[in-house]
Design a protein around this ligand. Structure first.
Ligand SMILES: NC(=O)C1=CN([C@@H]2O[C@H](COP(=O)(O)OP(=O)(O)OC[C@H]3O[C@@H](n4cnc5c(N)ncnc54)[C@H](OP(=O)(O)O)[C@@H]3O)[C@@H](O)[C@H]2O)C=CC1
Ligand SMILES: O=C(O)C1=N[C@H](C(=O)O)C[C@H](O)C1
Length: 233
């Protein structure tokens, strides 16, 4: 598979390593200000760029007939437009706030727990995400997906960053050192606390998931999620 990398930072480099190990070729490495992008050389594009750049990268790929895997977070106000454009061009698209197998299992655990806790008013939910200090967005995309999973399965109405409003899920974002990504969800009552937690030890799980998604989308058109790729529940 010939892969074009949009964003050749921490994730782009890790994806290159895993893709090459799996027998693929990197045909383009695109960073800020790239021109003359050779879309024809690509079977697939993998975008791990920046919140400001992702939507333009993704739409350029659709316009040039290249399926896209995007893991960039912080651009989702444009997600519906990306879906529409993908359909218009009969393209292929997978966005995931987190591509690791472990976090995708954690997403399922989160919704299951949310259903169990719905109606137990003595428990108040909150969430914490910890990432490295270079991260541009807060809360993390993964924390937003987790919050949405709770909202869809409980009476919580929205999420708020560093806020404890009654019908909102509080998300605390912490930026420290080189942390690759830690997410925890707590249900706290006056007498006890239930907590689930996912800790990424490094970026390999994210990168492997993105390469597996790129392999999976070959020959397919449509908008998919990691649930489709991993065949979860
Ligand atoms: N979904 C998931 O599983 C995961 C998602 N992420 C997300 O992926 C994104 C990237 O993370 P990470 O690699 O750590 O960040 P980095 O800052 O290390 O890398 C981002 C790269 O994007 C480049 N870039 C800037 N503008 C453009 C542009 N217009 N087109 C293409 N590339 C551009 C930057 O180049 P330059 O330095 O020249 O500006 C930089 O090399 C983030 O949004 C992060 O949240 C991260 C890990 C896992
Ligand atoms: O920026 C990161 O590093 C990460 N971003 C993603 C997110 O915002 O959820 C995924 C992972 O936690 C690492």
């Amino acid at each position: 598979m010939k892969i074009g990398l949009f964003g050749y930072g921490k994730m782009g480099k890790m994806i290159e390593q895993i893709a090459v190990e799996r027998g693929h070729t990197i045909v383009a490495k695109i960073d800020t200000g790239a021109t003359d992008i050779d879309f024809k050389s690509m079977d697939v594009a993998i975008d791990f760029s920046t919140p400001d750049a992702a939507f333009e990268n993704i739409t350029n790929c659709f316009k040039n007939g290249v399926p896209v895997i995007s893991g960039t977070t912080g651009w989702l106000s444009n997600y519906a437009d990306a879906v529409e454009l993908c359909q218009k061009h009969d393209g292929g698209f997978i966005y995931a706030s987190n591509f690791s197998l472990g976090v995708n299992i954690f997403f399922e655990l989160n919704t299951h727990l949310a259903r169990m806790m719905a109606g137990l008013e003595q428990y108040k939910v909150s969430m914490e995400e910890i990432h490295h200090t270079q991260k541009l967005d807060a809360p993390s995309g993964t924390a937003i997906t987790l919050a949405e999973g709770i909202i869809q399965n409980s009476s919580y109405e929205n999420w708020k960053l560093h806020d404890t409003a009654d019908k909102a899920i509080t998300i605390n974002s912490i930026r420290e050192g080189m942390v690759p990504g830690t997410h925890s969800i707590s249900y706290e009552s006056a007498v006890d606390k239930i907590e689930i937690k996912h800790v990424a030890h490094n970026r390999e799980g994210f990168a492997l998931g993105a390469v597996i998604a790129a392999e999976w989308i070959q020959g397919k058109t449509g908008v998919f999620t990691m649930k489709d790729v991993l065949n979860l529940s």
